[in-house]
Design a protein. Sequence first.
Lengths: 251, 398
Amino acid sequence: MGILEVKDVGKRFGGLKALSDVNLSVKENSCHAIIGPNGAGKSTLLNCLVGKLIPDTGSVMFDGQSVLGRSPHEINQMGISRVFQTPEIFADLTVFENMMIPLFAKRDGAYRLHAYESVSNERALIEEAERMLDDVNMLDKRHMHSASMSRGDKRRLEMAMCLVQNPKLLLLDEPTAGMARADTNNTIDLLKEIKAKRDITIAIIEHDMHVVFSLADRITVLAQGTPLVEDAPENIKGHPKVQEAYLGETH
Amino acid sequence: MFGLEKKDATLLLLVAALTIFAPFLLNPFPEGSAMAQFNAGYPDLMQRFVIFGIFAIGFNILFGLTGYLSFGHAAFLGVGSYAAVWMFKLLSMNVLPAILLAVVMSGLFALLIGYISLRRSGIYFSILTLAFAQMMFALAYSVLTPITGGETGLQLALSDPRILDGGTADGNLPVPGLFGLEMRDSAQLELGAWVFTFNIGYYFCAIVMLLAFYLAIRIFRSPFGMMLRAIKSNQQRLNYTGLNPKPYTLAAFVISGMYAGLAGALMASMDPLAGAERMFWTASGEVVLMTILGGVGTLIGPVLGAGAIKYMENIISKINSDILHGWFAFLPDGLEDFIVAVIYPFIGKGWHLTLGLIFMAVVIFLPGGLVEGGQRIARAFRRKKPDTPKSAKTEPAE
Ligand SMILES: Nc1ncnc2c1ncn2[C@@H]1O[C@H](COP(=O)(O)OP(=O)(O)OP(=O)(O)O)[C@@H](O)[C@H]1O
Ligand SMILES: [Mg+2]
C-alpha cells in the first residue's frame, strides 16, 4: 500500500474525457514523476487529489483516509501541499509574510483568532521562515513585495511555502517551468536535499526530462487521460509506448 | 511601547496629541474674524470627527484588509444608537452600559448578516449587505415603530423607568453622563481674540477613539490581520495552505460591525436620540467614501477621510452667497458678482459637488488616498536631503 492510492479515477469535462481508469500508487518517501504530452490530464489528476476537482468515479486515499469530499484546506491539513502550474502566491504581501502564513496554518490549524498578538513576536516561526528562505536562496529578498518578483522567483517562493509546512506529500506541477537553467539545477538540488533530510513523498509533473530523471524513483506516463506505463526511470527512457506517446504529439 | 513597534507607537502618540489639542488646532482663527467661518473647534463637530473616525477605522478592518466592500455598515451604526438609547431609557443615563449593549447588539446583527452575506463575494456581497441595511432601515422606519420610534425616532421621556437612576428631581429630561460628568458640559478658555472650548463629550469620545485606534493597530500587526490581507490577495492559495478563509472574514465583519455599533452608541451618548436615517444607504456610502478618501488599508487614512468629509459637510455647507460677497467685496462690482457666481455652486448645499470633485481627483491621482498624498510630500522633502539613504525604501502603508 502506498501513501497515496488512486483507484479507477475518471473525470469528464462535458464531452471531454480528461481522465479515465487512472490507477496510481505512490510509495511513501519516494519521488513519483508523472509525465505526458500537453493536455494529457496531468494537472486534472493533481486537482482531483487536492480537492479542487471531485472525480466522477473512483477513489483517492491518502494515508489510509479518503480525500474525496474534503475541502482543500482540510486536505492540506492532512499533510498535502501543492505547487501550482502558474504560481499561486500572496502577491500583495512581502516574501516574508508569504512564508509566515503556511507556518501559522501548520501550527494553528485552519482557523484561529490571533488578533491581539503581534506577528513580530513569533520568534520561533520567524526563524523557521528565514531558514527556509535561506534554503531557497531568497533570504535577501524577504522584504520584497512578492508581486514584483520574476516568475522563477515566484515559483521558488511557492515551493518554499509548501516545503516549510513539512508536508507528508508534496505535489509539484511543473515546478521548474519558466526558471533559468541555474535555478532549475538549484531546485533539483534543493529537492534532493529535502528528500534526503526528511520523510517526504513527492509527486511531480514535469516536462523537463533532466529534472525527472534526476529526481524520480518511479515514472508514470499519462496519455489522453490514462496511464500508459509505470516503471523505474531506466526502463522508461527507451520504452516504445512512451516514444510513441511523445512523438505522436508535437512537443 | 504598548506592545507596538516604534513606528506604530509614534503614530498612536501623534494621533493622541492631535486629538488632545484639537480644540486649539481646529480653532486657528480669532473669534469674529472673517476666517472664523473655517474654525472647526466646536464640540458638536469635534465629536463627529472622532465618532466617524471610529466608524471608518472599523470599516477599514473589513474593507481595507479583506477587500470585502460592505455597503450596509450604517445598519450597525443604527443598531448601536437604538441599543444605547434603550439603555438610557431603561437602565441608566451612564454611557458605559449603553455602549456595552450597543457593541454587543451590533456584533450579533453583524454575525447574522455577515454569515449570510459572506456566502458570496465581490459585487454580490456588496449588494447583499446593501439589501440587509435597507431592509433594516425600512423596518425601523415603519413596522418596528414601537422599538425604534419610527419616523420621529427614539427619544427619552420623563416616564422612562431608568431603574438605576430613579426619578429625575426637576421636571427636565436627564442627560447622558459618566459618573457625574455630563457629556454636554464644556469649559471655555478665552485667549485674547480666541475662544477655545473643551467639551467633556468630545474628550470621552476621543479617548474611546484612541482605544479603538490602538486596537486596530494591534489587529493590523497580528497574524489575524495578516490572514485578512492574504484573503484579499489570494483566497485560492490560502485554501491550499490549509486555512479556511470564511471564519476569518466573518470575524473581520463582526469586528467592524462592532466598531460601527460603538460609533452609534457614542452618537446617542452625545445627543440621546436615534433615528432610522442613520441606517439609510447614503450613510453606508459615506463611510466607504471616508475610507477611500483617506486611504484604504492604511491605519490613519480612515480617520483623515472621516475628518475631511465631516469638515466639508459642516463648514463648506455653511458658506452662503452673502459670505462670499463679503470676501470678494474688495473687487469691482461686476467681477465680484462673476466670481461669486462661479464659486457659488460649490458651497452651501453644493458641498456635495466639491466633495465629489475632490473624491474623483483623489481616486484618479492618489489611489492611496490622503495618506499617499502625505507620503509623497514627505518623500519629496526627504529627497532634498541627499544624506538619508533610507528614503528609497518603499514603506508599508501607515
Ligand atoms: N476546468 C476545465 N474545464 C474544461 N476542460 C478542462 C478543464 N481543465 C482541463 N481541461 C481539459 O482537460 C484536458 C487535460 O488538461 P490538463 O490541464 O489536465 O492537462 P495537462 O496534462 O496538465 O497539460 P499541460 O502539460 O499542458 O499542463 C485538456 O484537454 C484541458 O483542455
Ligand atoms: Mg498541466
